[in-house]
Design a protein around this ligand. Structure first.
Ligand code: PGA
Length: 251
């Protein structure tokens, strides 16, 4: 069966010492408890090595928030998938709506990043989600289906390593969560798309996370839905106790 996962996305927050402290706080909160889900924290590139050292021996896995579309060379300021992997990270977020919106990431670029992430042994957490206008004009399913295309060009064995995160852009950092029913409808739609492309067995094994103002107070209701397999958490991942509260929604 598919895994339940709670993944944190720190975005561009915390200095390295602050991030090390946050990771350490989380590891301490998890000590002596048994999380009923996989736990991942995705940090800025600068934090990966230091946070990897903190997470060693703990159940918490590490991820990056992005990687370059090229494998190496004269791309000043870029960080490759191989570099991310060499820090000890196992995951990488790709296609976050903020990358799509502010950095113009499109399906072509995301296909290249997916290829490099997978070739370097990273598991992509691939984000999709509509903006408010698309929610209101009813085109959201079509929009998300289009965003899934880079995944559907992967060989099935690569696709199986991917985690999908549905993050309605209007719910990210706004305090306005999708209702559990809205999330479930979209997750079921995404699973159906996966089934049409790769078959029922693969679709049933794919973890689909919800993201967008997920908090300890609403996580349980969201995660109770049959097609919601956990969360990608922004703001609430910046406080160890809040993140822990979301992890505990799987109990
Ligand atoms: P949020 O962010 O939890 O702060 O809404 C989620 C995300 O963007 O991954």
């Amino acid at each position: 069966m598919r895994k339940n996962i709670v993944a944190g996305n720190w975005k561009m927050n915390t200095t390295v010492p602050e991030g090390v402290q946050l990771a350490d706080d989380l590891v301490n909160l998890l000590k002596g408890t048994k999380a009923n889900c996989d736990v991942v924290i995705c940090t800025p590139f600068t934090h990966l090595c230091a946070v990897a050292a903190i997470l060693e021996g703990s159940p918490v896995c590490l991820g990056a928030e992005n990687c370059a579309r090229h494998d190496k060379g004269a791309y000043t300021g870029e960080v490759s998938a191989a570099m991310v992997r060499s820090t000890g990270a196992d995951y990488v977020i790709l296609g976050h709506s903020e990358r799509r919106q502010y950095f113009g990431e499109n399906n072509e670029e995301l296909s290249e990043k997916l290829r490099l992430a997978l070739d370097n042994g990273l598991r992509p957490i691939f984000c999709v989600g509509e903006v408010l206008e698309q929610r209101e004009d009813g085109s959201f399913n079509e929009v998300v289906a289009g965003q899934l295309e880079p995944l559907f060009n992967l060989p099935v064995d690569d696709f199986k390593k991917v985690i999908i995160a549905y993050e309605p852009v209007w719910a990210i950092g706004t305090g306005k969560t999708a209702t559990a029913d809205q999330a479930e409808d979209m997750h079921a739609f995404i699973r159906k798309q996966v089934e049409e492309k790769f078959g029922k067995q693969v679709a049933e094994a794919t973890s689909i996370l919800y993201g967008g103002s997920c908090k300890p107070g609403n996580a349980r209701e969201l995660f109770a839905k049959p097609d919601v397999d956990g969360g990608l958490i922004g703001g609430a991942a910046l406080k160890a106790a809040d993140f822990m509260g979301i992890i505990e929604a799987f109990s």
